[in-house]
Design a protein around this ligand. Structure first.
Ligand SMILES: C[S@@+](CC[C@H](N)C(=O)[O-])C[C@H]1O[C@@H](n2cnc3c(N)ncnc32)[C@H](O)[C@@H]1O
Length: 409
């Protein structure tokens, strides 16, 4: 029998496809293609092909990866048939030229992406804490859903703890996760999904959600939106989570630099002759609305904490009614000074006995701390209480307002 021709060139998986387990045939998947077209039943070969072609790649190269060199002809024929069927069904589409220098999709399309992931992978406190949490909370046989796998480091840890892992990543870094997972020898236990988690379907739901989605402005990586969606659609009832909760801590602070922004802008205007009033007006409007955030290094000199941390909000990620909250607290002043801003830090409750924070006094991490300058710095004395209100709305950043002068709320 002559072999069907292997399609040549680069192909990629069609976008917007959804997969669902078939109730009537346990262990088989159906692809939902939308547009009124009938669903397509697929088996493990098609699934592996769709996974591998998440980003554009060469079919010959993919064949080499999937099929051992000494595989019998019938095995190769089966892969060819699966591939052709996906091409004919419009699920694998011809792809454009390679994005990366090595003829494959480059996992880091810009050096910024590499920097972002390199800083995370080499943040030893972060990696150690997540590893301990995974070893504590993941039990052999569990299904773990990791959202935002990045380079794949946490997915490998979960697989090594005995879990079956679904690792989701929307960016091209998924290609690096694929290599990390293969290098670790756990590719049989990790299924990669090149997708935004909010467009994924998973059935049955996973037993544990694993996510490291905390940003330099704490909630700016959509932790609440993604977690809320996962608990509604992608997890089994009563599923566990790493992290289980996030606390947002607020500190009264005094500092020089951003508080002097009016003078600094005036100096730059005088020196350059370029008027910066429009920039100043924009900043003042944002300041008044509580939405001017400076990503700052709380370990840098020049900051004076005027009091201890107050818990502004504690969000139980397993019981989110909605990806939003409003919170208020009082900052206790311990030292006399001028209140020029409120610094925030986070603490993640990862598992029993395992937490991770970026408090100013803790050993450093790669995270910055969001700092909200107050529009009009004012003097404070020990014993004062300053009322602070914050809110978070989906798709935006934390907003924070300070009542001034102290006690006037
Ligand atoms: C903070 S990084 C963590 C990467 C990795 N888990 C680690 O610990 O090193 C978050 C990752 O989540 C991805 N991401 C963010 N939102 C996502 C979503 N809704 N669906 C899939 N991936 C997402 C980002 O592209 C990024 O790679």
């Amino acid at each position: 029998m002559s072999r069907p021709p292997w399609p040549s060139g680069r192909y990629r998986r069609a976008s917007g496809i959804r997969m669902a387990w078939m109730d009537e045939k346990p262990g088989r998947l159906r692809i939902e293609r939308g547009g009124g077209r009938p669903g397509l039943e697929i088996g493990p070969r098609s699934l592996a092909l769709l996974d591998l072609f998440g980003a554009g790649r060469d079919v010959a190269e993919a064949l080499h990866e999937l099929v051992p060199r000494d595989a019998p002809g019938t095995e190769i024929d089966a892969w060819l048939a699966a591939c052709l069927r996906l091409v004919e069904a419009g699920l694998l589409l011809p792809a454009g030229p390679p994005a990366g220098p090595a003829g494959r999709t480059d996992p880091f399309p810009g050096i910024e992406e590499w920097n972002y992931h390199f800083r995370m992978v080499t943040d030893r406190r972060r990696v150690r804490a997540y590893r301990r949490a995974i070893e504590t909370a993941v039990e052999p046989g569990m299904t773990v859903l990791e959202i935002g796998t990045g380079t794949g480091i946490l997915a490998v840890m979960a697989a090594r703890a005995g879990a079956r892992v679904h690792a989701v990543e929307r960016a091209d870094v998924i290609e690096m996760a694929r290599r990390t997972i293969r290098e670790a020898g756990v590719e049989d236990r990790v299924t990669l999904h090149h997708a935004d988690s909010r467009r994924l379907s998973l059935s049955p739901g996973a037993d544990l959600l694993l996510a490291e989605m905390v940003g330099n402005r704490i909630l700016n990586e959509d932790l609440l939106e993604v977690t809320h969606d996962a608990f509604r659609r992608l997890l089994a009832p009563g599923a566990a989570a790493i992290p289980r909760a996030i606390s947002i801590l607020a500190y009264p602070v005094m500092f020089e630099a951003p508080a002097r922004y009016r003078e600094v802008l005036a100096e730059v205007e005088a020196e350059t002759g370029v008027g910066l009033r429009s920039l100043l007006r924009w900043m003042e409007r944002r300041l008044e609305a509580g939405g001017l955030i400076v990503e700052t290094d709380a370990h840098a000199p020049g900051f004076r904490l005027l009091g201890e941390a107050s818990e502004l909000a504690r969000v139980d990620l397993r019981a989110l009614d909605a990806p939003r909250f409003e919170a208020r607290t009082h900052l206790g002043i311990r030292e006399a000074g001028e209140l020029s801003g409120v610094l925030l830090a986070f603490e993640l409750d990862l598992a029993d006995g395992v937490s991770l924070d970026n408090r100013p006094g803790s050993p450093p991490t790669h995270w910055k701390n969001p700092l909200f300058p107050v529009p009009r710095p004012f003097p404070v004395s020990p014993g004062d209480e300053v009322a602070v209100e914050a809110r978070y709305r989906p798709g935006s950043d934390l907003e924070l307002g300070v009542a001034e002068p102290p006690g006037a709320v």
